[in-house]
Design a protein around this ligand. Structure first.
Ligand code: AMP
Ligand code: GLY
Length: 729
């Protein structure tokens, strides 16, 4: 077909694109040429702007027997007179705001005072979307009166009850008898982000809009009755009938009719059509829409780039850098001559995608490459769509019910750790623990520790083995207080994840509860946090706080550490909770179910072995009073944990090879060929999880009181010469 598009804005560019997309030849003109010859005579005219319709383009086409998609001048009254629209809507019983027509400021103000509710003030005639004032601010009276006076000075006005709710643009193709909806769009009318500031023709749009209504139902409610009425009047409506709706808490209500495609709604909606727009328009002109439905796919987001000054007086002339043509978006010229800014809305960029998020990314990706002086672009186009899709906190990624389910599952394991000292545990705002047992001490000291298990959690999540890391955190904290001679009283945990899975949380807490039970420690409380967007999907983290007690006389270190004291190594169970960033990297390409040489379990098993609780193995030795100090070998390894208990002037000398390095650590040493010994021992415990310091003379007594094999791994020396506090030999 040879199609003539009347108008030269962004909307008309989108109409042209849609026609060409289906192989039609398109010419465009600002207004209808006076006459055509056989070469120029179009098969179809599609009218973009309302002004051309009001000026009678459709009537003149009819006189020339050229099919014209657009209503006659008298029907364009639907848009050009808001008063007419309101009267028609009233007559047809269409849900609408209360309204009042006036040409006199004092009379209008009197009506408004009587009405007693907020109103919107509109010019009755055409105003390109700009003749509307929504009075706002602390003094609504003054703002409303000012708006009435301002617009009455320009012509007759309509006062309308101010409705609230999301808006949508329902555009239907009409053939005089039937109306068929296009995907429903949402338009951003205000100039400012967050939908603030002056009304404009539209700063962006997206479709399909996430609204809780079926477009067919809305068409039956707001469009078809008008089409039927006009048909009965003998004036069939051909073209687009656009209903601006507000979706109020009382249902959809009519704000306005337009007798044409919306701008920028057309730029969003037309690219979604899989059907041939020109063919549909011609069918409308011929009264042949029948029961044809209009097919579309995907989602679109259109962003307008407006000129400096818009929507007030615009500065033309800025040179436009049209940016990267290769990106995945459509560019529609609106107020340009191909080089410079010539109008208020300069360009519209439409991104397409399977969903709105994708479409929006494409659109913003393209517009980021465009530049001209004073360019105004809203960064928030589509922002309301997200809220419209959320019906609950769970939809935002936080599932309170799942949290409750996790608590139910872990409750039994947790309550098994509750002795008589626990007065309030799970479910209370704060755990309550009786300090009565402290009275048995001469001078009770509370020792507290908070820690985490580091990136071991990532490995645990990957292998789906959560219970062990629960034990890890408890035992880690127990050992931290044990080195001061304290025994655990109670523990509080914290679990955070991107997405709460009750089963996983219950596993972790059960692991914690089991470790607490073994240690005679109460699991007094905790917190489970669901934090989508903070943690990566699937990731979780755990931490805990443990409080223990020791009688002051038994606080460790309990005797001065001197040169000659012996360092006894007690075996670790594996890397415990340290060095996992290195370990995960090192074994990235080795399957976790592989069994490397010398291992008696899989690599995954070896890496996930739990942190030891050293109370059972060292308790008797500590009680024996000959243990001078303990060092828990955690992050920093032997070189950085021993100094935490060494006094000034005393260093430690460690004899490498004096204890059997377990196969996992041997493998690390073998693979990390470039890693210096000191660095390696600073990262991993290398098989020693706790160091006991005792006087050389007490060695055999202390060793005998420890219920498993230990190794003399070094001794204390005077720090006579400079160098490291811990020397690895
Ligand atoms: P109109 O040109 O009539 O569509 O009005 C422009 C904009 O003003 C609308 O898109 C709404 O955002 C706002 N508006 C118009 N009428 C009302 C109303 N009755 N209640 C609340 N807002 C309105
Ligand atoms: N974007 C609103 C309109 O075209 O009227």
């Amino acid at each position: 077909m040879k199609v003539l598009v009347i108008g030269n804005g962004g909307r008309e560019a989108a109409i042209t694109w849609a026609c060409r997309h289906h192989g039609h030849h398109v010419d465009s003109a600002a207004s209808l040429p006076a006459e055509f010859d056989e070469h120029t005579r179009p098969d179809l005219v599609i009218v973009g702007p309302e002004a051309a319709l009001v000026a009678g383009v459709a009537d003149r086409c009819a006189a020339m027997h050229i099919p014209c998609f657009g209503p006659t001048a008298s029907l364009a009254k639907l848009e050009s007179s808001k008063g007419f629209t309101r009267m028609l809507a009233g007559r047809l019983g269409l849900p609408s705001p209360a309204y009042h027509l006036s040409s006199d400021a004092e009379e209008a103000i009197a009506w408004w005072r009587e009405f007693g509710k907020p109103v919107v003030v509109k010019l009755d005639g055409l105003a390109a979307g700009k003749g509307v004032i929504v009075p706002e601010g602390p003094d609504l009276h003054a703002a409303t009166e000012a708006a009435i006076r301002e617009l009455v000075a320009q012509g007759p006005i309509v006062l309308e009850e101010r409705l609230s709710g999301p808006e949508c643009s329902l555009m239907a193709l009409c053939d005089g008898t039937v109306a068929r909806p296009l995907p429903v769009a949402q338009d951003h009318k205000r100039i400012g982000e967050g939908d603030t500031g002056a009304n404009t023709g539209g700063m962006g749009a997206y479709a399909p809009a996430p609204i809780p209504y079926d477009p067919d139902d809305l068409t039956a409610m707001f469009i078809q009755p008008v089409i039927d009425f006009l048909m009965d009047e003998g004036a069939p409506y051909i073209g687009v009938l656009y209903a601006g709706l507000m979706l109020t808490p009382d249902g959809p209500k009519l704000l306005e009719y337009n007798c044409r495609f919306g701008d920028p709604e057309a730029q969003a909606v037309l690219p979604l059509l899989t059907d041939d727009l020109a063919a549909l328009a011609l069918a409308c002109c011929n009264g042949e829409l029948g029961d044809r439905r209009i097919n579309s796919q995907g989602a679109a987001c259109t962003i307008v780039a407006a000129a400096a000054g818009y929507p007030a007086a615009v500065e033309a002339g800025a040179v436009i850098d049209f940016g990267d043509e290769t990106t995945d978006a459509l560019l529609f010229h609106a107020g340009t001559d191909g080089v410079e800014v010539t109008g208020g809305r300069v360009l519209a960029v439409t991104g397409l995608g399977a969903n709105l998020a994708e479409a929006r990314n494409h659109a913003y990706g393209r517009i980021a490459t465009i530049q001209f002086d004073g360019m105004q672009v809203r960064r928030d186009i589509g922002w309301r769509a997200i809220g419209a899709g959320l019906s609950s906190y769970a939809a935002a990624g936080v599932d309170i019910d799942e949290g409750t389910r996790a608590v139910d599952q872990m409750k039994a394991a947790v309550e098994r750790t509750h002795g008589a000292a626990v007065l309030k545990g799970v479910g209370s705002f704060g755990g309550v623990f009786s300090g009565a047992i402290l009275k048995e001490m001469d001078e009770p000291l509370l020792v507290a520790s908070t820690d985490g298990v580091g990136t071991k959690v990532e490995l645990a999540a990957r292998l789906g083995r959560y219970r062990g890391v629960g034990a890890d955190i408890v035992n880690h904290c127990i050992d931290d207080v044990l080195v001061q001679g304290a025994r655990p009283l109670f523990f509080l945990d914290y679990i955070a994840s991107s997405k709460l899975d009750a089963d996983q949380v219950a596993e972790v807490v059960t692991g914690m509860a089991e470790a607490c039970e073994v240690a005679g420690c109460a699991l007094l409380g905790g917190e489970t946090a669901e934090m989508p967007g903070v943690y990566a999907p699937g990731a979780f983290d755990i931490a805990g706080t443990l409080v223990g007690a020791v009688d002051r006389a038994k606080l460790l270190p309990n005797a001065p550490l001197v040169a000659g004291d012996v360092l006894l190594g007690v075996a670790s169970n594996g890397p415990h909770t340290n060095g996992y960033s290195l370990l995960r990297k090192l074994f990235e390409w080795l399957p976790m179910d592989a069994v490397p040489t010398g291992f008696d379990c899989t690599l995954g098993d070896a890496l996930l072995k739990s942190h030891r609780n050293y109370v059972p193995v060292l308790g008797a030795a500590i009680d024996g009073g000959k243990v001078k100090a303990l060092a828990h070998i955690t992050g920093g390894g032997l070189p950085e944990n021993l100094p935490r208990v060494l006094p000034d002037g005393i260093n430690a000398r460690i004899h490498l090879g004096s204890w059997p390095v377990p196969p996992l650590f041997q493998l690390v040493r073998e693979v990390a060929v470039g890693m210096a010994t000191h660095e390696l021992y600073r990262t991993l415990n290398m098989g020693v999880g706790m160091v006991v310091v005792c006087a050389a003379g007490d060695l055999s007594e202390v060793q005998a009181s420890i219920t498993e094999q230990t190794w003399v791994i070094g001794e204390l020396i005077t720090a006579a010469d400079a160098g490291r506090t811990v020397v690895l030999l």
